[in-house]
Design a protein around this ligand. Sequence first.
Ligand SMILES: Cc1ncc(C[n+]2csc(CCOP(=O)(O)OP(=O)(O)O)c2C)c(N)n1
Ligand SMILES: [Mg+2]
Length: 733
Amino acid sequence: MGLAVSSAHAPTGVDALGRLGSQELIQIYRLMYLSRRIDDREILLKRQQKTFFQISAAGHEAFQVAAGLALKPGYDWFFPYYRDRALTLTLGVTPTDMFLQAVGAGTDPASGGRQMPTHWSSRELNLVSTSSSTATQVLHAVGCAEAGRYFTNHPDAAARAEGDYRAFRDVTFHGDEVVLTCIGEGSTSQGEFWEALNTASNRKLPVIFMIEDNGYAISVPVEVNTPGGNISRLVANFPNFHFEEVDGTDPEASLRAFQRAAEHCRAGLGPAFVHGHCIRVYSHSLSDDDKLYRSAAEREADALRDPIHKMQMRLLRENILTAEQINALEKELEREAAAAAEQALKAPLPELASIPKHVYSEDLDPVRATFATEKAQAAGSRNGKSASGKGAAPRTMADLINACLHDEMARDPRIVVYGEDVADASREDALSEVKGKGGVFKLTSGLQAEFGSERVFNSPLAEANIVGRAVGLAVRGMKPVVEIQFFDYIWPAVHQIHNELALMRWRSNGAWASPAVIRVPIGGYLTGGAIYHSQSGESIFTHIPGLRVVFPSNALDANGLLRTAIRCDDPVLFLEHKRLYRESYGRAPYPGPDFAIPFGKAAIVRPGQHMTLVTYGALVPRSLQAAEKASREQGIEVEVIDLRTLSPYDWETIATSVRKTSRVIVAHEDMLSWGYGAEIAARIADELFDDLDAPVKRIGAMDTFVAYQPVLEDAILPQPDTVLKAITELHAY
Ligand SMILES: Cc1ncc(C[n+]2csc(CCOP(=O)(O)OP(=O)(O)O)c2C)c(N)n1
Ligand SMILES: [Mg+2]
């Protein structure tokens, strides 16, 4: 005995029949039993109200220990779920670490008291922070595997670089690393699960999908989630996979299955699917009572398969340990669990001052970005030429976004660009004879031709896939600059954006981050764009802590802000107004490959003393039109402020202007009610009340979607005349 619990390595001692030796079986039992004792101790603490939530691995221990022993912590990568106590214990998470999270200690190494218990995170072990969302993590695992392959093929890209996010995103990789991701059988109903299988299969990625099938998703039995009741049967035709289906209460059979799976992955043959039939010894969590929905007979039948009891019997039957030795071992592990709990109960609580820490990067603030060179560069250009050969003549917003992508990809080999239709042509042999697609709006045109198909490629038609993989790529130090084809179709990705992308840093207390850029064509005024190609909705995203939201109104701003978005260390939603892509308004010469505009700095696009108009996006040119008319016809001088970035936004510029003019309108294209302007107007009313001579006015679309018929579209969206009317009214107030 005396095998270290936390030193994980694949057991090598086998007998002549290929079975595990005594020491290995004892090691497995130690880990399984310790996991169970930690669960039981946590249940006790919860009943004593010393912890606040409990969910257990009971019944999954054999399967999980096997997975942990087959893989290498700190070398392979892990995207587990909330039930993986025995797995993470095997990888090296200590019992004390687990209890520190259960009590919500300030010293909880996984989250600093932010996440529920069993929400794992350890940089040392390559254990990436996971959420409570079922199935999001499997897409992160896919992105992680893509990053590992990319760095293996391009080791130079892993080099540390100063001056941008790379200074804070150190990269490690091994050519034959494997990524393990775990999921319950019920959660395989989620689309994200199928989207992950899709890409893992197509790209032959070294991902092991570990399906922990305990027959229930809370109270919902497997046949309700899985047609036919067996997920292995449904996935059997995915190409390139190695499939295993095992009794997940048998650690030895499970270990063999994981070893074969890992071998398949390490050999570069593709992903693996390891489906283990486990049991749930307790209810779903301490908040659930399975007697409400499971018959006594069923629960008793399950109990007979309890992996702890089965392992005890085996150790006795095979004369590996005597009853006394088992008893002594169990007592020792019980003491270990109790001591760890005691230690955690004495740990300090988190400081209240820690709450805002790690919402955004503490290292690189895009508001004060050292690489921001707006003034120095705006005047000149690099001999009037960009990397994409654009001249010094005024270029459209579409051109300058494309130029920025070319420049940044040439500068930073960690950038990959993917999304729907963004490649020039997925079938490379066509490239020599075709012009290439390069995005439905042509914003990524020529990128694949210049940088190759490994760096610029089409994704499946699945928005959660695009963002979920970006999270996994960015966690590894890559810089995904992905495209969601239309804002109207961002919704399947919102789960990933809200619960994962924006939260990775805060929930892991700064240990992990996923600073990806999501470019999204947005907005209406298209004449016929209708409901599903005209949507706005930026305030839904400015309401997400951890996410930067950028919304340029002209070519130069788009170029400089996209550069900052790419170089900074936070996730950025980069909104590009479709109507502004090729307008004559706001064209500019190419500003050079290092032109960067800091976030949170508004532009006063028209000075004036009679009132302030705060706006952004497509309402900038419309507001300017109205302001010129007001000046011409009524002598009203309106100061127009283009916010340029919505989160963060430039309160100083707003406040200074409102103090000067004492009158303010906030105008945007999105619907009026609960729109972005509501927040700005409320803050002005709150903080600048004494400076105001009139109520704060807001302009926005009608509270409907945008209709197809142009007469309706015109009436629904705010027009220059709508703005002019508001200016006139406010001036007369
Ligand atoms: C996206 C999402 N929907 C719903 C929930 C609530 N929920 C938490 S666990 C769970 C059941 C999961 O069952 P399964 O995948 O079989 O895993 P198990 O808990 O049985 O191991 C549900 C519905 C959630 N966490 N995330
Ligand atoms: Mg289940």
